[in-house]
Design a protein around this ligand. Sequence first.
Ligand code: PNS
Length: 162
Amino acid sequence: MVSLLFPGSFDPFTRGHRDIARRAANLCDRLYVAVMNNSSKNNVFTLDERVAMAQKVLSDYTNIEVIGSDGLLVDIFKDLGCNAVVRGIRSETDFRYEAEMALANKMLYSSYDVTLLPCRDDLSLISSSIVKEVGALGGDISGMIPAEIAEEVKLRLRKGRT
Ligand code: PNS
């Protein structure tokens, strides 16, 4: 049984994230999508809200389970007995970041490994940061966010406007 782990801060979950989750789920028996915290980012949505959004978007996929954790990635990797982590990359900058993170995680746990999936061309400009910026300024983010969560994300980002 092959199980993969797709971690991220998912603040909020984008169409790009959904595409990586869908493709990763096709590569394994079980895909865990782990909603986590990135200490270099300020999240707009709480961990529970981000878990609920990911669950809503991925509810049709029978081999995907969404979990939330405010701990270390290697700890859930180890606890769940995963074969590898999956991450999507949009650019060379993403690749460098992923290579560094993989090295650090491997130092923490020698059996750690990662698979990188290049993102789809038409989704390559979407990021949670762009969604937050455009949404907070009242721009149209419907093309960037899965339809299931579009309204709640729009409302929430607009509420944050001063
Ligand atoms: O979507 P992101 O923000 O690029 O995801 C980064 C994330 C959450 C996977 C990373 O920050 C992470 O693994 N956080 C959990 C804490 C941890 O293990 N940090 C060490 C990373 S080397």
